[in-house]
Design a protein around this ligand. Structure first.
Ligand SMILES: Cc1ncc(COP(=O)(O)O)c(C=O)c1O
Length: 298
């Protein structure tokens, strides 16, 4: 799924360490840790109808990622919240907005990987863009990537970090296969997630998703689990093999960027898409986006 440039974003202002700068002027130093080693953590957050959806959950995950990476001088929650509110206000964004919130380990005194070279505190970037759900109404085709999703043996997928190389390599495999995204397996050959989203399947009215061992425990994934529990829909976290996925009644992906998106093909096997549970989940999710979230004050 290729996103296009939206002219509405041509003059947006971006927050970098306390300054709101036009997109042409918004830059980080070449000595910043994100340039030196992808040493940063991030969140993708959505604004629906004057509300920042699941704001606290995203901020909590950002803070836990930063703590796990042993960042020092992490800005306070209040500071980060204020940065996000100020950025939205400066751009008059109240709906159909996607925020890419990035916290890097900060600038180094010289190039290198050692965190001891970081003496200036973290760099906070708030990039808010006009961006409705990227998969809205789209039907996705997937292939299985050769590259595996990180296990906690290598790099814990519970850290939402900017070191996205293995996901990017998987996405390149999807591009070369001419499909939308790639499924990444865990080290045991079970489905983990796609290069950018969590994955679910439905069979006989029950909903299944992989354990969060080698996938990001997505905020949207968590909401779907909650929605199922609150609406008497059976939900199970379990190991899922490709054979099970190929023969599912319905398959869908979840994520802040693209919400709940139907999958119609995996490795050239058509997913039958029968049963109607996904439509029910999409409608329950849509209802949640209308009421959940922290209100904007402008
Ligand atoms: C690898 C990966 N999986 C899943 C997700 C979906 O997570 P969320 O629902 O929190 O947006 C993301 C989002 O950034 C991601 O990068």
């Amino acid at each position: 799924m290729i996103q296009e440039f939206d002219n509405k974003n041509k003059d947006i202002k971006i927050w970098i360490n306390g300054e709101l700068l036009h997109r042409d002027k918004a830059k980080v130093s070449v000595f910043d840790s994100v340039v030196q080693g992808g040493d940063a953590v991030w969140e993708g957050i959505r604004v629906y109808d004057r509300r920042i959806f699941c704001f606290d959950k995203h901020l909590n995950r950002l803070m836990e990622s930063a703590k796990s990476m042993d960042f020092q001088d992490i800005p306070t929650l209040n500071y980060i919240k204020n940065a996000v509110f100020s950025t939205l206000k400066a751009n008059d964004m109240k709906d159909e907005t996607h925020i890419r919130l990035t916290l890097t380990r900060g600038e180094k005194i010289t190039s290198g990987m050692n965190p001891k070279l970081n003496r200036f505190g973290c760099t906070l970037i708030v990039l808010a863009e006009w961006k409705p759900s990227i998969y809205s109404g789209k039907k996705l085709k997937l292939v299985t990537a050769n590259i595996r999703r990180n296990s906690p043996l290598c790099l814990d997928s519970k850290i939402h970090h900017n070191n996205l190389m293995n996901n990017i390599l998987a996405k390149i495999e999807a591009n070369h296969a001419g499909v939308d995204d790639a499924i990444m397996l865990d080290l045991n050959g079970f489905v983990a997630e796609t290069n950018a989203t969590n994955i679910f399947m439905i069979k006989g009215g029950a909903v299944f998703t992989p354990f969060p061992k080698a996938c990001l425990p997505g905020i949207t994934r968590g909401l779907i689990i909650e929605i199922c529990k609150n609406n008497n829909i059976q939900i199970l976290e379990q190991d899922i093999s490709l054979t099970e996925l190929y023969n599912a009644d319905e398959v869908f992906t979840t994520g802040t960027m693209g919400e709940l998106a139907r999958v119609i093909e995996v490795d050239k096997r058509k997913i039958e898409n029968k049963g109607g549970v996904l439509m029910q989940l999409q409608s329950l999710f849509r209802k949640l986006t209308k009421i959940e979230g922290e209100k904007l004050a402008f």
